[in-house]
Design a binder for this molecule. Structure first.
Ligand code: PMP
Length: 395
């Protein structure tokens, strides 16, 4: 038998599988809330004005398509560092940063780097977490365990459970934390909770890996990165995977960054050299266009101002949609889902059961994940009434 005869069919990605079903659904009032993207009021993916202008300038510049360095476009890397860290040059000297293929690429380069460094360490992710966290770290060779996070009874974070699980973790365990807008629950830690988490991470000598895929979608660009400042103040060594997919609506450009914060500046060059080995042996060097777009926007004060305004508009519109959905549900007699308005980011963990989610899909053409996650950022004035009625009908 040939080698390829032994290949097993891998299970379909749950979210992409949902999209395929949605595409085949003939109903005209179908609504796809399974996606993880922000859609505008017209139901399509927005092209941000700041990106449109930056793209025109870059195209007009007619530059040849040379390779980037292994660590990416220097202007992009420098500006992303300023976006994440505002503690000044002394802190930046402790940080090794590289361009990455989206937030996912940043997580994978970070995972490969950590695996080389600490082959026996385990990884802990939240229950629940973004569905790719477990697969990505497992594939990178780690044993992946979970810490308690979401409490269905409380409709919020089980902070005591989370702290208890982190306290029981072995020294050196890598803890994946969502910096803001937790996916899939929409529930974040507050400042006091973060202090407790940072205390355990430092006292138990755990390694925090902050995943920041939604900066600007929670409370604001600066507010959403405040946990990074708190980690810096603690003196801990930690990693950050940053994604620009959502904040710039640049999903397909695969643009993100990885930052590794060392305890002292003397380690940065060594860390950077190892990150480059991980990149070089995977894809040699990253792609240029997305990095050039983000750099053009962030380095030009006018375009940056437009970006800040456009990101705020996306954030505020999602909040407004949350409020509208709660009101419409109340009008349909569903009075116990007010928590949707308190959640942050693109998603709502609706608390609906798998059977209810299946009924939503099959009977009403409203698609969300089996775990009850719905993308609030895909609602609009044409589909929101149908969604509210459908939820009321399956409850
Ligand atoms: N982390 C989390 C928590 C996410 O939700 C996502 C995107 N869905 C990513 C990482 C990956 O982001 P990107 O598309 O930039 O790879």
């Amino acid at each position: 038998m040939s080698l390829l005869h032994t290949v097993q069919l891998a299970p379909a990605d749950p979210i992409l599988g949902l999209n395929e079903h949605f595409a085949k659904d003939q109903r005209t009032d179908k609504v796809n809330l399974g996606v993880g993207v922000y859609l505008g009021e017209d139901g399509t993916l927005p092209l941000l004005e700041c990106v449109r202008v930056a793209e025109e300038r870059i195209t007009a510049g007619r530059k040849p398509h040379g390779y980037l360095g292994i660590d990416g476009l220097p202007a992009f890397v420098a500006t992303t560092r300023e976006l994440v860290f505002d503690q000044g040059p002394a802190v930046l000297e402790r940080v090794a940063s590289v361009q990455a293929l989206g937030g996912t690429g940043a997580l994978k380069v970070g995972a490969d780097f950590l695996k080389q460094l600490s082959p026996d360490a385990k990884v802990m992710i939240s229950t629940p977490s973004w569905e790719n966290h477990r697969a990505l770290f497992t594939r990178a060779g780690f044993e992946v365990e979970e810490y308690r996070y979401y409490s269905p009874e409380r409709k919020g974070v089980d902070v005591d459970g989370m702290i208890e699980d982190l306290e029981a973790a072995a020294e050196g365990t890598v803890v994946v934390l969502h910096a803001c807008c937790h996916n899939p629950t929409g529930y974040d830690l507050d400042t006091g909770d973060w202090e407790r988490v940072i205390d355990v991470v430092t006292s138990r000598r755990l390694v925090a890996f902050l995943d920041m895929a939604y900066q600007g979608f929670g409370h604001g660009i600066d507010e959403d990165k405040s946990v990074i400042g708190a980690f810096l103040d603690s003196g801990a060594e930690f990693l950050i995977a940053q994604s620009f997919s959502k904040s710039f609506s640049l999903y397909g450009e695969r643009i993100g960054a990885l930052h590794v914060v060392a305890a002292d500046a003397g380690l940065t060059a060594k860390v950077l050299s190892q990150l480059k080995v991980c990149i070089r042996t995977n894809y040699s060097n990253p792609a240029k266009h997305g990095a050039a777009l983000v750099a053009e926007v962030l380095c030009d004060p006018d375009l940056r101002h437009i970006w800040v305004t456009e990101l705020a508009a996306m954030r505020e519109r999602i909040k407004d949609l949350r409020g509208q959905l709660v009101q419409r549900l109340e009008a349909e007699g569903v009075t116990d889902m007010g928590f949707i308005a308190d959640q942050l980011g693109m998603f709502s963990y609706s608390g609906l059961t798998k059977d209810q989610m299946v009924a939503l899909r099959t009977e009403h053409g409203v698609y969300g994940t089996d775990a009850g996650r719905m993308c609030v950022a895909a609602l609009n004035s044409r589909n929101i009434a149908h969604v509210a009625k459908a939820i009321a009908a399956v409850r």
